[in-house]
Write a protein that binds this ligand. Structure first.
Ligand code: MN
Length: 312
């Protein structure tokens, strides 16, 4: 199991304790606290040492550790072969680069959309002026407006939609959602690279959704070759205008597809995976039968089962 140890300041550990309040576990001996999230188990010690272990410890640690804090990573023998770091140099954000991001992965209804955008150095300022920034801080309407404005510019991009039928089919074939995302990103990136031809770029940045090694494992499992100058960063849309642009284009397409599906199903399909979603599932089943979900939903989500409570 991968694990990382960082030595952190007292104030940071206090902040962490507050942050993980809802995830606390029994405090082991000698520890200040222990918490468990989906990505990692976090144990903070009085010495200031904090241990992150589990599925994606570096992802969890990245929330607290500044880049180049030089973590003492205990690598497995396999990881030792790849001493390469996938964290982009800060200079990447101010030069020509590709950014890739997706939308719809946590939503029960609707497709997954993935966009890759190439932003040239001289386009960065103009895109910022257009309001391109972290789409999580933008309303749905703003996202659609900015996407429209942005596409007026001469930017190279690729936008892919994985519709629900195909998604459910791949899931049945044994693909994880992570694999679907990896393959879609890889495809979108390749489309853009083909478009830009010999135009120079400094790197390709993916808004990190899994470990780089896992990403490359998925790519290899489909006999695809690893690309050069690949970088992975969590919350990349807050640093890279290309990733921010990609997140807006992907999100705008997702919203558009949700409108289209809502019209097709004759009812508003809610975003997310809340109780409102469960009620809508029940309404669809009552109206058209279970098979209708295959056309508009990611049916393996727990919501499909939960909706049984709402059936007539
Ligand atoms: Mn993302």
């Amino acid at each position: 199991m991968p694990q990382i140890v960082h030595t952190l300041a007292k104030e940071i550990i206090t902040q962490m304790r507050e942050h993980y309040r809802a995830y606390m576990r029994e405090t082991p001996q000698g520890a200040v606290f222990q918490a468990k999230t989906t990505d990692a188990v976090i144990t903070a010690y009085r010495s200031g040492k904090v241990l992150f272990q589990g599925r994606s410890p570096d992802r969890e640690a990245a929330k607290w550790v500044q880049e180049k804090a030089n973590p003492s990573v205990k690598k497995t023998t396999d990881e030792k072969k790849h001493t390469h770091s996938y964290t982009p140099p800060a200079t990447l954000f101010t030069t020509s680069h590709l950014g890739s991001d997706e939308a719809g992965t946590g939503d029960y209804f609707g497709p997954i959309t993935v966009a890759c955008v190439f932003v040239k150095q001289d386009q960065i300022a103009k895109l910022k002026q257009t309001g391109v920034r972290d789409s999580k801080n933008l309303t749905d309407q703003a996202i659609q407006d900015i996407a429209k404005d942005m596409l007026q510019f001469d930017i190279s991009y690729s936008l892919l939609v994985l519709h629900n039928e195909k998604y459910n089919h791949l899931k049945q074939k044994g693909w994880s959602q992570g694999k679907m995302k990896a393959i879609l990103h890889h495809q979108a990136i390749q489309n853009v690279l083909k478009q830009i031809g010999s135009t120079p770029y400094d790197g390709i940045l993916i808004d990190q959704f899994c470990e780089p090694a896992v990403y490359h494992k998925h790519i290899a499992s489909e006999q695809e070759a690893k690309l050069d100058k690949m970088y992975f960063l969590t919350k990349a849309e807050s640093y890279s205008i290309a990733v921010a642009a990609a997140s807006i284009i992907a999100r705008a397409k997702f919203l558009q597809e949700m409108d289209r599906l809502s019209r097709k199903m004759g009812m508003t399909l809610p975003k997310g995976a809340s109780r409102k979603v469960d009620e809508t599932i029940a309404a669809i089943i009552n109206k058209e039968g279970r098979s209708a979900l295959n056309r508009c939903a990611k049916t393996h989500f727990a919501n499909t089962k939960k909706a049984e409570h709402y059936l007539d």
